[in-house]
Structure formats: structure tokens, C-alpha cells
Design a protein around this ligand. Structure first.
Ligand code: FAD
Ligand code: EPU
Length: 318
């Protein structure tokens, strides 16, 4: 990174940036697990033009950047991170529109808002995302979804994912250029994609029209199932490990079998309800969560021979 003093960053950004920005911004308030150090600079652009200018500015100083959605799948190191963090929080990035059977949404739409929109407009296709607290951009990067409750009766697909009904993505590359990317070129897999180093600024989905009441009922039933099996109102980043592929058992069940429910390191605790969740019971640190993850991985490997892969994304210091 080229040497750039905080005062220079502020002066230069003020000259062209329409959105808001802050140097040395603590990130813990921007993650659902409430852990995270300081970003060198935190930018909230107003629209795509502003975003492109910010990206070009950061590039010219060789300052790496990352986008943060709702921070619901992130574990961020404490201390200072030598990166810029961009959040698509402006109203522009929250737009959703529908034309016939195609829904378009920008990259900063929160999934709960998408579901409210779906109910109001009688749109079906996203109900299974109920209870996932992320944004459209984060959900697409992670290919968010759930275990398929209809399998094997209706379909052989083991997971329902946001990319299932996706047609095309609208992405901004690292030079600030926007282009469209076909779903098949995004490399979607279970809990991932090959979308690295780009910003999701929008996406087109194929949807179905259904009675509003029916959409609301489906959302309610997905939420009810989740309320029984997961801790939803605590500080966590959701499931910490991926389900092991090719094994007929979930990561949560493996962790429970290893008798790790309730195990704590400091303020980090393996959830008593869903063993694949690690909960921050107060002021858990990054290191405590990492240590607990290592302990879980080692014990499960010892007991079952299965190596758990991390599902949450870790942002380390650079
Ligand atoms: P973030 O966590 O902010 O970021 C995740 C990744 O996406 C990062 O790499 C980030 O840089 C990138 N990113 C974010 N926005 C953009 C963008 N616009 N352009 C480019 N990159 C971007 N996940 C599931 O799949 N299924 C579940 O059932 C589920 N349940 C959960 C329940 C709880 C209680 C919690 C806390 C989490 C759960 N999650 C679940 C995890 C999480 O909500 C999802 O992965 C979600 O899609 C992440 O979205 P986000 O906006 O919070 O992304
Ligand atoms: N189970 C246990 N103990 C536990 C947790 C689960 O025995 O502590 C058992 C359950 O009884 C059930 C099986 O494991 O028989 C599967 O449980 P669940 O339906 O909760 O699904 P999962 O595979 O554990 C996946 C996703 C969740 C998503 C649910 C929706 C992964 C890693 N997790 O969990 O996603 O909400 O399906 O059914 O794929 C996330 O990614 O953050 C996340 C929460």
C-alpha cells in the first residue's frame, strides 16, 4: 500500500466522494457476532458512480478493499486492519423492482426486506431465505441457503440456495467497471462461488407470482422451523462449519455427538441449541472464537475421523 496519511485520505475523499466515510472505523458494530477491529477507512457510497470513484481512488493508492454486507457470516480480527471496507448502505443499493416474472435487486438489499417485498407483491421464490440475516450481495457471494426440507420426496438437491433462481449478476470489477455475468459463469457451489475481488451491485432472478397469503404462510413455516432449531437473537455468525460433503451427517450433529454443546473458551460458547453455532456471550474475542473452533475441529476429527471445513469467513490483519 502506498503511504497515505489519514489526513490525505480525508482531504482527497472530501473532494469527490458523495457518500460518507470515516477513517479508523471499528467494525464490531457491523458484524452479527459483535467482534472486529478497525478498518483503515470505511466508505458508504451513495450510488454506483460514487462506488466506482471510490474503487478507483483506493486502487490508485494500492489500498486493498472488501465489501461488508450485514456482517452475518464474518469473523474479523481485533486490532487494526490495513484495508478499506465498503458498505452498500445508501438507499440506492436497496432498490427492488419486478417486471413480469423477473425481479431485479441491487447489492445492498437486506434479505428480511426482500421477504417483506415478496409478501406485499405476491412474489414466490425466496421464502426459504426467511431467517437469514444477510444482504443480497453477501448472500450471493456465499450462495446462502438451507438444507432442502423437501428432499428426497420432491427433488434430489440437498440444499436450496439463492443462486437457484438467479438469471444474471450485475458486478463491478476492481477497476470500477460494471458488467453482467451469467449465473453459469459465477461458479456457484454449496456455500460459495468463485466471485472474488468483485462487487455485486445487482442481480436478476426468475420469480413466480403467488397469492400474498400463500407467500406469507410459506415464510412463516420456514421461520417456525428455524426458531426451534437455532438461536436467532444472540451474537453469532450462524453456522461456523460447512456440512461435510458425501457424509450422511451434519456438522452440528457431529459436534453434538462429540459432547461439545455448551463448551466455552472465555466468552465464546458452542450453542446448546445448534452445535454448529458459536455464540458470543458478552465480550468474546476473535482469538477465543478461533481457539474454540480449533478445539471443535480437533475433537470431531478424533471422534469421527471427519475434518470440518470452516464456513464463516475470517478477515485477518494484513
Ligand atoms: P457478510 O457477512 O457481510 O459478507 C460475506 C461475504 O460476502 C464477504 O466475503 C463479503 O466481502 C462479501 N460481500 C458482501 N456483500 C457484497 C457485495 N455487495 N459484493 C461483493 N461481496 C460482498 N447462511 C446461510 O447460507 N443459510 C442460513 O440458514 C444462515 N442462517 C444464519 C442465521 C444466523 C442467525 C446468522 C447470524 C447467520 C446465518 N447465515 C446463514 C450466514 C449469513 O447470514 C449468510 O452467509 C449471508 O448471506 C451473509 O450475508 P451478509 O450480507 O451478512 O454478508
Ligand atoms: N443436529 C443435531 N445437533 C445439532 C444441530 C443439528 O443433531 O446441534 C441434527 C438435526 O437434528 C438434524 C440435522 O442435524 O437431524 C440437520 O440439522 P438442521 O436442519 O439444523 O440443518 P444443518 O445442516 O445443521 C443447515 C445450514 C444452516 C441452515 C439449515 C436450515 C450448513 C452448514 N448449515 O444446517 O445454515 O439454516 O441447514 O435447515 O449448511 C448457516 O449457514 O449459517 C446456517 C445456519
Amino acid at each position: 500500500m502506498k503511504a497515505l496519511k489519514e489526513i490525505d485520505i480525508s482531504r482527497q475523499l472530501k473532494a469527490f466522494f458523495k457518500g460518507s466515510f470515516q477513517v479508523n472505523k471499528p467494525l464490531c458494530g457491523y458484524t452479527s457476532i459483535k467482534i472486529g477491529g478497525m478498518a483503515a477507512v470505511f466508505l458508504e457510497p451513495e450510488n454506483n458512480i460514487d462506488l466506482a470513484l471510490a474503487v478507483k481512488f483506493l486502487n490508485s493508492f494500492e489500498m486493498p478493499f472488501r465489501v461488508i454486507g450485514n456482517g452475518t457470516n464474518l469473523l474479523i480480527n481485533n486490532g487494526r486492519l490495513e484495508i478499506a471496507v465498503i458498505k452498500l448502505s445508501g438507499l440506492f443499493f436497496k432498490e427492488i423492482s419486478v417486471k413480469e416474472d423477473v425481479l431485479y435487486m441491487r447489492g445492498g438489499v437486506s434479505l428480511p426486506h426482500l421477504l417483506n417485498f415478496s409478501i406485499k407483491n405476491g412474489i414466490s421464490g425466496f421464502e426459504f431465505l426467511a431467517g437469514i440475516p444477510g444482504t443480497s450481495g453477501g448472500a450471493l457471494i456465499m450462495n446462502a441457503g438451507i438444507r432442502n426440507p423437501f428432499q428426497p420426496a420432491i427433488t434430489a438437491a440437498p440444499y436450496l440456495s439463492i443462486s437457484d433462481s438467479l438469471i444474471e449478476l450485475e458486478i463491478m470489477d476492481a477497476r470500477g467497471k460494471i458488467f453482467r455475468l451469467n449465473k453459469n459463469d459465477a461458479g456457484f457451489v454449496y456455500r460459495g462461488s468463485k466471485l472474488k475481488g468483485i462487487i455485486v451491485v445487482g442481480a436478476y432472478f426468475k420469480v413466480k407470482n403467488k397469492a400474498k397469503g400463500q407467500v406469507a404462510e410459506r415464510i412463516k413455516s420456514f421461520l417456525e422451523k428455524r426458531r426451534i432449531s437455532q438461536e436467532m437473537r444472540v451474537r453469532s455468525a450462524g453456522c461456523v462449519f460447512k456440512n461435510p460433503m458425501g457424509e450422511n451427517i451434519s456438522a452440528g450433529a457431529l459436534i453434538e455427538r462429540s459432547k461439545l454443546k455448551g463448551r466455552c473458551i472465555g466468552q465464546a460458547r458452542v450453542s446448546d441449541i445448534h452445535a454448529n453455532f458459536i455464540v458470543n456471550r458478552g465480550n468474546a474475542t476473535f482469538s477465543q472464537v478461533r481457539e474454540l473452533m480449533d478445539l471443535v475441529r480437533e475433537k470431531v476429527k478424533q471422534d469421527s475421523g471427519i475434518k470440518l471445513e470452516t464456513e464463516v469467513e475470517i478477515w485477518n490483519k494484513r
